[in-house]
Design a protein around this ligand. Structure first.
Ligand SMILES: Cc1cc2nc3c(=O)[nH]c(=O)nc-3n(C[C@H](O)[C@H](O)[C@H](O)COP(=O)(O)OP(=O)(O)OC[C@H]3O[C@@H](n4cnc5c(N)ncnc54)[C@H](O)[C@@H]3O)c2cc1C
Length: 398
């Protein structure tokens, strides 16, 4: 197993670095590097820049307009983007529904949906979870009843991330209530402008409007918007979840945030010295850095196995748990680094260009909100408890 990057991969890293340095708009970069609020326009603008370069769909094959990169190239690309302060690519279209449409969609669906996803002309959201169905996803209850060339949909989805901007939602719906849980599910693509859809905000504990409830009341969905076979949706749902968990370790983002932590801890002081020189604080920062380095090596081992055409197995669960724990630990240290200023939760001050009263240094403003927001990492994408179940069964054989 060779964990070093090849000369070609290093040259590719350099090419990405130079492109991002030239092309990433300064205002967007400023927001990302300082933890300020991003708007939907920021994500769209950046995606359009990447698309114009031919780098819009990192994991996409060339036949669908992607660059046809290896997994290692995708990893390098995402690491460089994170380090430079580019926004995360919104995954629901590009990384979730697009692979499903490529693999299982009809040619008409591929032609209709994929180009608009790549060009960021249409925003997608994910309609999997329901109030009673999260970890136990196969219990979804939203009903779709066939009526000629349409399905009539009734029910509720929840935790729908950025659904307030979405043009389309992909949903798991129950088409056969009599069948065994996994068997009676279908996968529908639903236009968010359809009559009968209501989006209601859920405000999370950091004060953000990031997630929503989406209600469906007699919503008519053309049968041609079903992906694949009726009642076979669970197969497509699982395929999508596999894509949801790629690059879940978030190593690039963790490295960037660790650098931010060190920067802030060298500006803050304790007993007249930089906080970063305080033995207790420094040892906690060092522990996170050690964990991150170990995780990076594990990630490279998974990439190396993938390059040898071995599909990632339950290792993805290790990456998810450790990656999210590290990101959460960094947000905790960031809050502690600024002392009492880490208690402020003032969303208005997190807008770029805020001119109101300052409470503490500029960099302290978003830290509490980011700390609270990052609690989500161990819940979504398959909760960390569920990942531990997978490890105990698949790796430890318990
Ligand atoms: C910020 C955020 C954004 C999200 N965005 C989306 C989205 O865009 N689209 C979407 O469809 N969903 C989304 N989700 C939903 C997310 O996928 C679910 O929250 C997640 O799957 C957990 O389901 P649940 O909330 O119903 O919790 P539950 O499944 O009810 O779990 C509650 C607790 O019990 C634990 N638990 C459950 N089952 C087991 C078990 N078998 N063994 C051990 N422990 C267990 C869980 O780990 C958790 O701690 C989002 C969630 C959050 C928090």
């Amino acid at each position: 197993m060779d964990l070093n990057f090849t000369p070609e991969e290093l040259a590719f890293r350099q090419e990405v670095r130079e492109f991002v340095a030239q092309s990433l708009p300064a205002d967007i970069q400023h927001k990302v590097l300082n933890g300020l609020v991003l708007h939907s326009d920021d994500y769209v603008r950046w995606q359009k820049i990447l698309h114009a370069k031919g780098w819009g769909g990192t994991g996409w094959k060339k036949e669908f307009g992607g660059p046809g990169w290896s997994t290692t190239q995708q990893y390098i690309f995402e690491e460089e983007l994170a380090a430079a302060g580019a926004p995360r690519m919104v995954p629901f279209g590009l990384k979730m529904v697009a692979p499903v449409i490529m693999q299982y969609g009809s040619p008409a669906q591929q032609e209709r949906f994929l180009p608009k996803i790549l060009a960021a002309d249409e925003w997608w959201c994910q309609g999997y979870s329901e109030p009673g169905s999260g970890s136990d996803l196969a219990s979804v209850k939203m009903r779709a009843v066939r009526d000629g060339d349409f399905y009539i949909c009734n029910g509720q989805k929840t935790w729908t991330t950025l659904g307030q901007y979405a043009d389309w939602i992909f949903c798991l719906v129950r088409t056969d209530p009599e069948a065994k849980a996994q068997r009676g599910i279908s996968f529908l693509l639903i236009d968010m402008k359809s009559p009968g859809i209501t989006v209601r905000p859920i405000i999370t504990m950091d004060g953000a409007h990031e997630v929503n409830e989406v209600w469906f009341e007699d919503v008519r969905v053309p049968v041609e918007n079903r992906v694949g076979e009726e009642n076979a949706g669970w197969t497509y749902a699982k395929f999508l979840l596999g894509h949801e968990r790629t690059n879940i370790a978030g190593i690039g983002i963790a490295k960037r945030e660790l650098a931010r932590l060190k920067r802030i801890a060298s500006l803050e002081t304790k007993n007249g010295k930089p906080l970063l020189k305080d033995p207790m604080f420094a040892s906690r920062v060092a522990q996170v850095e050690i964990d991150l380095t170990a995780l990076e090596i594990t990630n490279l081992r998974v990439l190396s196995a993938e390059a040898a055409h071995r599909a990632p197995g339950p290792e993805a669960s290790i990456l998810k748990i450790k990656g999210t724990e590290i990101q959460q630990a960094i947000t905790e240290l960031l809050v502690q680094a600024v002392g009492p200023y880490g208690l402020q939760l003032r969303r208005e001050a997190m807008a770029a260009g805020y001119q109101g009263d300052a409470v503490g240094p500029f960099y302290s403003v978003p830290l509490a909100a980011n700390y609270l927001n990052m609690r989500k990492l161990s819940i979504y994408g398959g909760s960390n408890e569920i990942q531990k179940n997978i490890i105990s069964q698949m790796i430890l054989g318990l």
